[in-house]
Design a protein around this ligand. Structure first.
Ligand SMILES: Nc1ncnc2c1ncn2[C@@H]1O[C@H](COP(=O)(O)O)[C@@H](OP(=O)(O)O)[C@H]1O
Ligand SMILES: [Mg+2]
Length: 288
């Protein structure tokens, strides 16, 4: 495996190979219970990100079985996943910096070459509504200005999408575009966008799940505006790019990570052929 999802994408596995290759990575982690690191993950950041996301995902599934509800379940999940990820990063990547939704922002990251951008539990609301499966764990690595690694675990599905073995986006199954939107905070302008594109809106939780829905051909685009942070979309964007999808801010500008201000309030992730019409709509109408 290379250290760059982009380089790896050039030699993408065929659709037939992809599931077994993903399975191989998954088995590595399930065969080593607890925090024993699989050999491949010691030096390979892609495999490490997968393993870390899956360790946190396993813990989240355990916490979900403890009979907690509502805010207590959200808080317990956030804390448990953060604890797992922080411990694994401290033990196995001690020289790297970390930006996590659930930790104090150590600004030393602004001078660092390697920064892990973490959302221990994305789609917290949906996590607290069992048996919903639209929640995720995000683990990304930013190196010298670029996202180079990403893993998005969907523990309730038993899937971890990643840059080490880039996903192969299936052929499009819907002629009518499907746009994934926030279930609880859909941006108002997306209704008008959908009307112009004759698209259908598909509400679901978690930014990671919505980006992966485009990777999986459950949706054709994810459009968001109005608020989000770097950890909500860093790992999903790394994975989507490695799979060949278009990713940008809603005005078509670049998504920039490891900034002092970690707000990254809007984005588009879509099949490349839809990018121009979505960006063009936003340039004409804005997002109000
Ligand atoms: N307007 C907004 N302001 C701040 N964060 C937002 C937001 N809309 C969505 N998000 C964040 O983006 C993630 C996905 O949201 P949604 O499921 O609504 O699409 C959630 O992350 P967390 O679950 O990690 O808090 C949510 O908090
Ligand atoms: Mg989040």
């Amino acid at each position: 495996m290379t250290r760059s999802g982009h380089a790896r994408a050039a030699a993408r596995p065929s659709p037939v190979e992809a599931p077994s290759a993903l399975g191989r990575l998954r088995r590595v982690s399930t065969e080593t219970p607890g925090s024993r690191i699989p050999a491949v993950a010691r030096s390979d950041d892609h495999a490490f990100a997968v393993w870390v996301a899956e360790q946190a995902g396993r813990r989240l599934l355990e916490v979900r079985e403890q009979g907690l509800e509502g805010k207590a379940l959200k808080d317990a999940g956030d804390a448990a996943a953060q604890e797992v990820i922080a411990a694994l990063l401290a033990e196995h990547r001690p020289d790297d910096r970390v930006l996590s939704e659930e930790a104090i922002d150590d600004k030393a990251r602004l001078e660092a070459d390697r920064v892990w951008i973490i959302d221990p539990l994305d789609g917290t609301r949906e996590y607290s509504e069992p048996p919903r499966d639209d929640w995720a764990v995000h683990v990304a690595l930013w190196e010298k200005g670029e996202l180079t690694v990403g893993a998005v675990a969907q523990p309730a599905l038993g899937e971890t999408f990643n840059t080490g073995i880039p996903s192969v986006v299936p052929p499009r199954t819907s002629a009518r575009p499907r746009i994934a939107v926030s279930r609880s905070r859909p941006p108002a302008f997306v209704e008008a966008l959908a009307a112009e594109l004759d698209a259908e809106l598909v509400p679901m939780g978690s930014a990671g799940v919505k980006v992966m829905s485009v990777v999986r051909d459950v949706a054709d685009a994810y459009v968001h505006a109005g608020g989000q942070y770097e950890w909500d979309n860093a790992a999903p964007v790394a994975v989507a790019r490695a799979a060949g999808l278009f990713c940008s801010r809603v005005d078509g500008s670049e998504l920039v990570y490891n900034k002092d201000d970690v707000q990254l309030p809007d984005l588009i992730v879509c099949r490349p052929e839809l990018a121009e019409s979505i960006v063009d709509f936003v340039r004409r109408h804005g997002t109000d």
